[in-house]
Design a protein around this ligand. Structure first.
Ligand code: FES
Length: 235
């Protein structure tokens, strides 16, 4: 899929003081001559600040890492985690459409996006809150079909569950990420066949982290958190 910079670009980009200080700390993790390895975290932080990755943001990151802007653009345009156009301020839903997810019904999820969000990908709803696109394999095929929203995966979806998830987002309810069929992670749907040790935690680590991060984001009022909603009870 061809990914290009958005036609409408802002005049400039500047990291906030907090994000700049965070970025400088990241750079210290890498030895001299290897700072370019920080390109993904810095781009992602720019995206979390602005909601998407603009040309000026790419240029600022390139300058900080002593890279040619085209090299940073190559990274931003390769990975679907980077949005090259403005997306929904509440959530940008990335639906995996690769073979395992397609065999498990991702086309029906895309139909729901067309029906409830917009008939075209990367078109933001009238209120500016939600957008969607189809992406390639998200690396969680055993929990297909799934969607990614910001840092979180919503797995084991079907048409009805996904429709409900979109409705919740639209009406301001925070959906809990992870398996939507209450699987702990990617164990078999029936009984465990190996690694039968008892799991003490109620939720797996990434789902627990979501709840923790969501609380923090709410407190810090981030401009573009992954899901920007009031902390209402989960559906
Ligand atoms: S095919 Fe969808 S996560 Fe791999």
């Amino acid at each position: 899929m061809l990914r290009r910079l958005d036609k409408k670009q802002p005049e400039s980009f500047k990291f906030s003081a907090k994000n700049l200080s965070w970025a400088r700390k990241q750079l210290k993790k890498y030895p001299d001559g290897r700072k370019q390895s920080a390109v993904i975290p810095l781009l992602f932080r720019a995206q979390e600040q602005e909601g998407w990755v603009s040309k000026p943001a790419i240029e600022v990151v390139a300058k900080m890492l002593d890279m040619a802007p085209i090299r940073v653009f190559e990274v931003a345009s390769f990975y679907f985690m980077f949005h090259l156009s403005p997306v929904g301020s509440v959530a940008h839903i990335q639906v995996c459409g690769t073979t395992p997810c397609m065999l498990r019904g991702s086309e029906r999820l895309i139909e729901q996006c067309k029906k409830k969000i917009s008939s075209n990908p990367m078109e933001v709803t009238h209120d500016g809150k939600i957008s969607w696109e189809e992406v390639e394999c998200l690396g969680a095929c055993s929990n297909a079909p799934l969607v990614q929203i910001g840092r979180d995966y919503y797995e084991d979806l079907d048409e009805a569950k996904f429709s409900n998830l979109i409705s919740n987002l639209i009406s301001g309810i925070k959906p809990l990420p992870g398996s939507q069929t209450d699987r702990f992670s990617s164990e078999p749907n029936g009984d465990l066949t190996s690694l039968k040790g008892k799991v003490e935690e109620e939720k797996n680590a990434s789902v627990s982290l979501f709840s923790h991060d969501f609380g923090k984001k709410k407190r810090s009022k981030a401009k573009h958190p992954a899901i920007n909603l009031e902390d209402k009870p989960d559906a």
